[in-house]
Design a protein around this ligand. Structure first.
Ligand code: SF4
Length: 363
């Protein structure tokens, strides 16, 4: 492991800031705005969207979201269903709910202005140390460190962090390094963004482009030719596999949709009636479930498709079946016309289910 003294930290920080000034990508949340409050709000929205999502994907959503919710108040006062509908396709919908709850807290407790300091930012729902540091430094120029996967990779390679360290010790060492580096920087927001940018465009997990790196001469892993050994690979936590059967029931050009519970996976979103099942779902059990939950007696026609959907901790194996409503008055669900489906918040997995409406029966 290599030491990071104040002089070296300063040199690295200066090199990184210069590199960022010349190479930064033009991203909508980085553009100048009329006020610091507006910049902080855009930064807040971007950070929630970017959590576990690639920049390219966020670019498809950011401007539309800001056009509809241009400031903290408009987001705080919007119906939740409208926020979720605009988030459709970004996934991890808990972030959208947390973002709106954060906007509401900013209005009620911070006078409508995104707070400036890390301690206050940490009170917002869904904001951890990384997001708080990103907003404090980028929007307000505070010397607050950030560590995400990209920063961890860059710092671990510069300092050869990892050998003989537990995951917890590695994390602490990276935070300490990030703190020392940002303290040495002149423009903390640019320095932090430079770290993230370097990690996502140059210091790649495989095939790092060291010749294009502004800090290559201080990089211990490069000097020892052991770049890809840092950071050490983490053991992945086990993914749980779930089996679910979604049932497409149509009548008069409308499809039956129901709302998920307000807690848990895809909370409050809309879907075709879906039953968690064993690996081999029994037909009668599905029919009974639709009758019990939605008051409809149905005839199950057959399987029209199957696919696997990965969430952060689960692999959901979907089977999609078609059914015909025989009789009954529907409850806990509603018939939705084809052209109205887009106004409902629907997960990507359920969009795939709905796309199978024209699918041929397989059995
Ligand atoms: S020299 Fe290479 S490995 Fe080291 S930080 Fe730069 S890109 Fe990453």
């Amino acid at each position: 492991m290599m030491e990071l003294d104040g002089r070296k930290a300063k040199r690295i920080a200066v090199a990184m800031e210069r590199w960022f000034a010349a190479h930064q990508r033009d991203l909508p949340w980085r553009r100048r705005t009329r006020s610091a409050a507006q910049r902080a709000y855009r930064c807040l929205v971007a950070e929630y969207m970017l959590h576990q999502t690639q920049v390219a994907r966020v670019l498809e959503f950011f401007d539309r979201f800001i056009a509809r919710f241009p400031d903290v108040r408009s987001l705080a006062e919007a119906p939740e269903q409208e926020v979720l509908a605009l988030w459709q396709g970004l996934g991890y919908y808990r972030r959208a709910r947390n973002l709106q709850a954060a906007a509401q807290m900013i209005v009620s407790e911070f006078g409508g202005c995104v707070p400036r300091d890390v301690e206050s930012l940490l009170k917002l729902p869904g904001v951890g140390r990384y997001t708080a540091g990103a907003i404090a430094s980028i929007a307000y120029g505070q010397h607050a460190p950030i560590v995400d996967g990209n920063v961890q990779r860059v710092a671990a390679r510069w300092l050869e962090l990892g050998d003989a360290l537990s995951p917890r010790e590695l994390e602490q060492s990276v935070w300490r390094a990030a703190e020392a580096l940002v303290a040495a920087s002149d423009v903390p927001g640019d320095f932090n963004q430079a770290m993230m940018e370097l990690g996502s465009t140059v210091c790649l997990p495989r095939g790092a482009k060291c010749d294009a790196c502004p800090a290559a001469k201080w990089c211990a892993a490069r000097a020892s030719d052991r770049v890809e050994m840092y950071p050490p690979v983490k053991q992945r936590s086990e993914t749980r596999t779930i089996h679910a059967t979604s049932i497409l029931i149509e009548r008069g050009g409308k499809v039956l949709l129901c709302q998920r519970p307000e807690k848990g996976l895809w909370a409050n979103m809309w879907q075709c009636p879906t039953v968690e099942t064993d690996e081999n779902a029994e037909t009668q059990a599905l029919v009974d479930c639709i009758q019990r939950e939605h008051g409809l007696s149905v005839a199950l026609d057959g399987v029209i498709g199957a696919f696997a959907h990965q969430t952060s901790h689960r692999l959901v194996m979907f089977e999609v079946r078609r059914a015909t409503a025989v009789h009954g008055r529907v409850r806990n669900a509603r018939w939705v016309a084809r052209e109205e489906i887009g106004t409902y918040p629907i997960s990507n997995a359920q969009k795939r289910v709905l796309e199978m409406r024209s699918g041929a029966l397989r059995s």
